[in-house]
Design a binder for this molecule. Structure first.
Ligand SMILES: [Cu+2]
Length: 387
């Protein structure tokens, strides 16, 4: 597949073709091809796509050329009489042998690329990626760094109240950060339904299936920001869980990792601290908007028939332990997931406090991290290891 010379070809061909039909200005911000590959594997995939398209084009021209030529050349009007014959062994052998070699010629490089994609041996680092409705969790297994990556496109853009940004629905609050030139193995799974992790420029596409671990890998040759999407229809906000991979130099990566570890240490300290009501409300609003508003909505009104309103909810104004419990453990069989595994005790204390004292809710009380941790420990002791 040293066919890298092929790469600009289809783009140019398409541009020339379409230039005849579409004016230049329209064409300028339009692109019809795979995204520019950023790794050796992605280049193989790109070249394969080009090669196979060219083979198809060649077959198309030869077959239809022969057909139209014969029809025209032997037309009745020119005095041709149809010949009566059947079974021509030579022709039959030819039209079996030639396609056979064409198919083998296409299958060989394709199989080679697929095998290379599956070869996750000897990675430089491993990241566990978990899909949730509707966000991704990245867990840097060796470094103890773990965070959620959620859509950061403002709601105003989604609801057409302002103009859409350049990376509309392809931007997140916390990208996956990896060093350039390193073989990164990703372990993929999901916490609720099937999702799929796809970054076209790096040629990774793999389903994330609850209860299974699948793996894939990529090795970016350049620094930059590469964007992808969940590619398995996973519910209402399937289009709202993009993937952003930021490839940086080793030095930048080390600095990022250090600051992430520092952040994790602060979060751990938060879990043993006592907060004021104001601190909890401010933190709770952030946690709510990042994790709960997709279903319960920023105004607390939910979506009638699907997601209950929190404003005026009996749970969010009733006994606080029951409120904490539903956030910790979710409600099995419904879309209300257990947040005990993804959010820290401080986050849960904050979001519960926020829900109890926002919109129409005036419970007036607050939850502290220690209380959440106590309930969490209790639940785990009462229901040991479900798996
Ligand atoms: Cu998904």
């Amino acid at each position: 597949m040293e066919g890298s010379a092929l790469r600009p070809l289809p783009g140019k061909m398409l541009a020339a073709l379409s230039g005849m039909m579409i004016s230049g200005a329209v064409w300028a911000d339009y692109q019809l091809n795979l995204r520019e590959p950023q790794s050796a594997l992605a280049r193989d995939v790109y070249d394969l796509h080009t090669l196979i398209n060219l083979v198809c084009l060649g077959i198309f021209v030869v077959v239809f050329g022969a057909m139209f030529y014969s029809i025209w050349k032997h037309r009745k009007a020119a005095g041709h009489q149809a010949e009566h014959f059947h079974e021509n062994t030579t022709v039959e052998v030819i039209w079996t042998i030639i396609p056979f070699f064409i198919l083998v010629g296409m299958a060989y490089p394709a199989t080679k690329a697929v095998l290379a994609m599956k070869d996750t041996s000897n990675p430089d680092m491993t990241i566990k990626v978990t899909g949730y409705q509707w966000k991704w969790e990245y867990d840097y297994l060796k470094d103890g760094v773990k965070f959620m990556s959620t859509l950061s496109t403002p709601r105003e853009q989604i609801e057409n109240r302002t103009a859409k940004g350049e990376h509309y629905l392809l931007e997140v609050d916390e990208p996956l950060v990896v060093p350039v030139g390193k073989k990164v193995r990703v372990l993929l799974t999901a916490g609720d339904v099937i999702h799929a992790w796809w970054v076209p420029e790096l040629a990774v596409k793999q389903d994330a299936i609850p209860g299974f671990i699948r793996d894939a890998w990529f090795k970016s040759e350049t620094t930059g920001t590469f964007r992808g999407q969940c590619t398995e229809l996973c519910g209402k906000d399937h289009a709202f869980m993009p993937i952003v991979v930021k490839v940086v130099t080793q030095k930048e990566y080390d600095a990022w990792l250090a600051s992430k570890k520092q952040g994790a240490a602060t979060a751990a300290a938060d879990n043993t601290r006592t907060f004021t009501q104001e601190e909890l409300m401010a933190k709770g609003e952030q946690v709510y908007n990042a994790n709960c508003a997709a279903c319960h909505q920023a105004n607390g009104m939910g979506v009638p028939g699907a997601f209950p309103a929190i404003s005026g909810s009996k749970v969010a104004t009733g006994p606080i332990d029951a409120h904490i419990n539903i956030v910790l453990n979710g409600k099995p069989g419904t879309a209300m997931a257990a947040f005990g595994g993804q959010l820290s005790a401080a986050d849960i204390a904050a979001v519960v406090t926020y829900q109890r004292n926002s919109w129409d809710n005036k419970a007036g009380d607050m939850a502290q991290p220690a209380q959440v941790a106590g309930l969490k420990g209790g639940a785990e002791a009462a229901a040991p290891a479900a798996n």
